[in-house]
Design a binder for this molecule. Structure first.
Ligand SMILES: [Fe+2]
Ligand SMILES: [Fe+2]
Ligand SMILES: [Zn+2]
Length: 185
Protein backbone atom coordinates (compact mmCIF):
# COMPACT_ATOMS: atom_id res chain seq x y z
CA UNK A 1 0.00 0.00 0.00
CA UNK A 2 1.17 3.49 -0.76
CA UNK A 3 0.23 6.96 0.38
CA UNK A 4 -0.32 9.58 -2.28
CA UNK A 5 -1.55 13.15 -2.24
CA UNK A 6 -3.32 15.32 -4.75
CA UNK A 7 -1.42 18.51 -5.57
CA UNK A 8 -4.67 20.35 -6.26
CA UNK A 9 -6.92 19.56 -3.27
CA UNK A 10 -3.96 18.32 -1.15
CA UNK A 11 -5.99 15.36 0.12
CA UNK A 12 -4.31 12.02 0.85
CA UNK A 13 -5.13 8.80 -0.98
CA UNK A 14 -4.19 5.26 0.08
CA UNK A 15 -3.84 2.68 -2.69
CA UNK A 16 -1.58 0.26 -4.52
CA UNK A 17 -1.47 2.63 -7.49
CA UNK A 18 -2.33 6.23 -8.29
CA UNK A 19 -6.01 6.58 -9.26
CA UNK A 20 -6.71 7.82 -12.81
CA UNK A 21 -8.30 10.92 -11.23
CA UNK A 22 -8.33 12.29 -7.68
CA UNK A 23 -11.46 10.86 -6.00
CA UNK A 24 -12.05 14.16 -4.16
CA UNK A 25 -11.46 16.95 -6.69
CA UNK A 26 -11.25 14.99 -9.95
CA UNK A 27 -7.74 16.18 -10.87
CA UNK A 28 -6.06 13.90 -13.43
CA UNK A 29 -3.31 11.46 -12.42
CA UNK A 30 -0.50 13.87 -13.38
CA UNK A 31 -1.37 15.89 -10.25
CA UNK A 32 -1.19 12.89 -7.93
CA UNK A 33 2.21 12.48 -6.27
CA UNK A 34 3.81 10.64 -3.34
CA UNK A 35 2.62 12.08 -0.02
CA UNK A 36 6.21 12.01 1.25
CA UNK A 37 7.42 14.68 -1.15
CA UNK A 38 8.30 18.29 -0.45
CA UNK A 39 5.90 20.45 1.48
CA UNK A 40 4.00 23.03 -0.55
CA UNK A 41 4.70 26.68 -0.01
CA UNK A 42 1.35 28.44 0.18
CA UNK A 43 2.69 31.68 1.59
CA UNK A 44 2.31 34.11 -1.29
CA UNK A 45 0.57 37.37 -2.06
CA UNK A 46 -2.38 37.32 -4.41
CA UNK A 47 -2.47 39.85 -7.21
CA UNK A 48 -5.65 41.90 -7.40
CA UNK A 49 -6.67 40.23 -10.64
CA UNK A 50 -6.14 36.71 -9.28
CA UNK A 51 -8.10 37.58 -6.16
CA UNK A 52 -11.01 38.84 -8.26
CA UNK A 53 -10.86 35.76 -10.50
CA UNK A 54 -10.74 33.42 -7.49
CA UNK A 55 -13.71 35.21 -5.92
CA UNK A 56 -15.73 34.79 -9.10
CA UNK A 57 -14.61 31.15 -9.35
CA UNK A 58 -15.78 30.56 -5.78
CA UNK A 59 -19.18 31.96 -6.65
CA UNK A 60 -19.36 29.69 -9.75
CA UNK A 61 -18.36 26.56 -7.84
CA UNK A 62 -20.78 27.24 -4.97
CA UNK A 63 -23.59 27.83 -7.40
CA UNK A 64 -22.73 24.69 -9.42
CA UNK A 65 -22.49 22.56 -6.26
CA UNK A 66 -25.98 23.75 -5.22
CA UNK A 67 -27.32 23.15 -8.70
CA UNK A 68 -25.98 19.56 -8.79
CA UNK A 69 -27.24 18.86 -5.29
CA UNK A 70 -30.69 20.02 -6.37
CA UNK A 71 -30.49 17.96 -9.60
CA UNK A 72 -29.56 14.90 -7.52
CA UNK A 73 -32.65 15.41 -5.35
CA UNK A 74 -35.09 15.72 -8.26
CA UNK A 75 -33.71 12.88 -10.41
CA UNK A 76 -35.97 9.86 -10.47
CA UNK A 77 -33.34 7.81 -12.29
CA UNK A 78 -30.83 6.29 -9.87
CA UNK A 79 -27.88 6.50 -12.25
CA UNK A 80 -28.52 10.17 -13.01
CA UNK A 81 -29.02 10.92 -9.36
CA UNK A 82 -25.64 9.32 -8.57
CA UNK A 83 -23.94 11.26 -11.35
CA UNK A 84 -25.34 14.56 -10.04
CA UNK A 85 -24.29 13.56 -6.52
CA UNK A 86 -20.71 12.90 -7.68
CA UNK A 87 -20.61 16.23 -9.51
CA UNK A 88 -22.03 18.08 -6.47
CA UNK A 89 -19.29 16.64 -4.25
CA UNK A 90 -16.53 17.55 -6.67
CA UNK A 91 -17.77 21.12 -7.23
CA UNK A 92 -18.06 21.56 -3.45
CA UNK A 93 -14.45 20.37 -3.18
CA UNK A 94 -13.46 22.94 -5.82
CA UNK A 95 -15.14 25.66 -3.78
CA UNK A 96 -13.17 24.52 -0.74
CA UNK A 97 -9.84 24.56 -2.66
CA UNK A 98 -10.53 28.11 -3.86
CA UNK A 99 -11.60 29.22 -0.39
CA UNK A 100 -8.27 27.99 0.98
CA UNK A 101 -6.28 29.85 -1.68
CA UNK A 102 -8.24 32.99 -0.79
CA UNK A 103 -7.64 32.38 2.91
CA UNK A 104 -11.37 32.33 3.65
CA UNK A 105 -12.94 30.28 6.47
CA UNK A 106 -15.16 27.27 5.86
CA UNK A 107 -18.87 28.25 5.76
CA UNK A 108 -20.72 27.24 8.91
CA UNK A 109 -24.10 26.59 7.32
CA UNK A 110 -25.12 24.29 4.50
CA UNK A 111 -27.12 26.27 1.95
CA UNK A 112 -30.56 25.08 0.91
CA UNK A 113 -30.43 23.67 -2.64
CA UNK A 114 -34.19 23.63 -3.19
CA UNK A 115 -35.23 25.58 -6.27
CA UNK A 116 -31.67 25.76 -7.59
CA UNK A 117 -32.42 23.51 -10.59
CA UNK A 118 -35.23 22.43 -12.93
CA UNK A 119 -37.82 19.83 -12.08
CA UNK A 120 -37.04 17.94 -15.27
CA UNK A 121 -33.89 15.80 -15.66
CA UNK A 122 -33.39 16.65 -19.31
CA UNK A 123 -33.35 20.39 -18.53
CA UNK A 124 -30.84 19.78 -15.75
CA UNK A 125 -28.59 17.83 -18.10
CA UNK A 126 -28.59 20.66 -20.58
CA UNK A 127 -28.05 23.32 -17.93
CA UNK A 128 -25.18 21.25 -16.51
CA UNK A 129 -23.59 21.37 -19.95
CA UNK A 130 -23.87 25.17 -20.08
CA UNK A 131 -22.50 25.56 -16.57
CA UNK A 132 -19.46 23.38 -17.26
CA UNK A 133 -18.71 25.25 -20.51
CA UNK A 134 -18.95 28.58 -18.76
CA UNK A 135 -16.61 27.36 -16.01
CA UNK A 136 -14.05 26.07 -18.54
CA UNK A 137 -13.98 29.41 -20.40
CA UNK A 138 -13.57 31.39 -17.22
CA UNK A 139 -10.84 29.13 -15.80
CA UNK A 140 -8.90 29.18 -19.08
CA UNK A 141 -8.80 32.97 -18.97
CA UNK A 142 -8.01 33.00 -15.25
CA UNK A 143 -5.12 30.51 -15.66
CA UNK A 144 -3.63 32.73 -18.34
CA UNK A 145 -3.96 35.84 -16.19
CA UNK A 146 -2.50 34.25 -13.04
CA UNK A 147 1.08 35.17 -12.14
CA UNK A 148 1.19 33.03 -8.96
CA UNK A 149 2.27 29.41 -9.72
CA UNK A 150 -0.29 27.92 -7.28
CA UNK A 151 -3.18 29.93 -8.75
CA UNK A 152 -2.10 29.08 -12.30
CA UNK A 153 -1.90 25.39 -11.40
CA UNK A 154 -5.31 25.36 -9.69
CA UNK A 155 -7.05 27.09 -12.60
CA UNK A 156 -5.30 24.85 -15.17
CA UNK A 157 -6.34 21.73 -13.26
CA UNK A 158 -9.92 23.04 -12.99
CA UNK A 159 -10.01 23.44 -16.78
CA UNK A 160 -9.00 19.78 -17.18
CA UNK A 161 -11.46 18.59 -14.54
CA UNK A 162 -14.47 20.52 -15.86
CA UNK A 163 -13.65 19.12 -19.32
CA UNK A 164 -14.05 15.59 -17.92
CA UNK A 165 -17.46 16.64 -16.56
CA UNK A 166 -18.48 17.90 -19.96
CA UNK A 167 -17.32 14.61 -21.47
CA UNK A 168 -19.33 12.60 -18.94
CA UNK A 169 -22.46 14.72 -19.51
CA UNK A 170 -22.08 14.26 -23.26
CA UNK A 171 -21.89 10.49 -23.05
CA UNK A 172 -24.85 10.32 -20.65
CA UNK A 173 -26.94 12.52 -22.94
CA UNK A 174 -26.07 10.23 -25.85
CA UNK A 175 -27.09 7.04 -24.07
CA UNK A 176 -30.34 8.68 -22.93
CA UNK A 177 -31.08 9.67 -26.53
CA UNK A 178 -30.42 6.05 -27.59
CA UNK A 179 -32.80 4.83 -24.93
CA UNK A 180 -35.56 7.17 -26.11
CA UNK A 181 -34.94 6.17 -29.74
CA UNK A 182 -35.15 2.45 -28.94
CA UNK A 183 -38.39 2.97 -27.02
CA UNK A 184 -40.11 4.91 -29.76
CA UNK A 185 -39.18 2.57 -32.63
FE1 LIG B 1 -15.67 22.74 -10.49
FE1 LIG C 1 -17.70 20.58 -13.19
ZN1 LIG D 1 -7.65 16.29 -5.56
Amino acid sequence: MKLFKCRICRDPYIGTNKPSHCPYCGAPQSYIVSAWGLEEDDDFELSELSRANLEHALMLENSNALFYRCAKEVSADEGLSLMFKALAKIEAEHASIIRKVLGLPRPTEIEDCRGRCHAWEQANLSEANDREKKAIDFYLKSAEEAVEPRVKEVFSALVEIEKTHLELLGSVAESLADLVRNHTI
